[in-house]
Design a protein around this ligand. Structure first.
Ligand code: NAD
Length: 241
């Protein structure tokens, strides 16, 4: 069956959409006919038709609420939220400062909560919406010098399942995605050596941000009759083979 997604007239908010998987998704959603509104502290390195950028730190609740309110003023709707903004400090537990721990939680967990709070009233009023939260295999597997990141992703799995139960009656779906190991700025920063790349190449393969776009478009689409679920990409399986 051919994969075809039609986002004509729809509006997607993508946190962390200036780079990596979020940027590929923002472009893919726009190419499918919709408008992507990226909330990110960084600017994307290239413009793309149908992709707007709002400078926002997702840990700032007021700023997130204001950015989504602006989106609704401009476009009149929000159909989807993909909450991908995250940081991944590489530091041992013993050396994790209060500042590093709290910043990781503030961006990776609080930032998702604020984004959900910002989009939900509109989705609930419309009786329709899809939220996708990024987890990580590290939530289950763990990794040395990645405890804060892994714990933040574990928290998001529980959060998404609970939110899914809360809003199911409003026809708003909340799912989690494990994107697999994907070659992005975050992956490169967290895996700086050739040895680490070789390890992931052997164990899971390394995918591209574009490989995750259609699984995300599926979760955003009405075809995804699932909520409180997890879509797991255990191994890289390139779109272009
Ligand atoms: N790349 C992988 O292998 C992989 C694996 C598992 C999970 N993930 C998750 O997928 C998502 C996307 O990851 P990626 O690899 O594309 O990351 P990335 O680092 O390439 O992109 C993350 C984006 O988040 C933005 N960001 C960081 N802090 C922010 C803040 N305070 N406010 C707003 N924006 C902020 C960054 O500027 C960046 O544009 C993340 O949630 C990540 O944890 C990635």
């Amino acid at each position: 069956m051919r994969a075809v997604f039609d986002a004509t007239g729809e509006v997607l908010v993508v946190t962390g959409g200036a780079n990596g998987i979020g940027a590929a998704l923002a472009r893919g959603f726009a190419d499918a006919g919709g408008t992507s509104v990226v909330l990110d502290v960084a600017r994307p390195d290239r413009e793309h038709r149908g992709v707007e950028h709002v400078a926002v730190d997702v840990s700032d609740r007021d700023a997130v609420i204001a950015a989504v309110a602006g989106t609704i003023r401009r476009h009149g709707r929000v159909d989807g939220l993909v909450a991908g903004a995250a940081v991944q400090p590489r530091v041992s537990v013993l050396e994790t400062t209060q500042e590093v721990w709290q910043r990781t939680m503030a961006v990776n967990v609080d930032g998702v909560v604020w984004a959900c709070q910002a989009v939900l009233p509109t989705m609930i009023a419309a009786g329709r919406g899809s939220i996708v939260v990024f987890a990580s295999g590290l939530a289950y597997q763990g990794r040395a010098e990645a405890a804060a990141y892994a714990a933040s992703k574990g928290a998001l799995i529980s959060f998404a399942k609970s939110l899914a139960a809360e809003v199911v009656a409003s026809n708003v779906r909340v799912n989690t995605v494990f994107p697999g190991v994907i070659d992005t700025p975050q992956f490169r920063a967290a895996n700086p050596t050739g040895g680490e790349r070789e390890h992931w190449e052997r164990v899971t393969g390394i995918g591209t941000p574009e490989d995750v776009v259609e699984p995300l478009l599926f979760l955003l689409s009405d075809s995804a009759t699932m909520t409180g679920s997890t879509l797991t990409r255990d191994r890289a399986y390139p779109k272009e083979r």
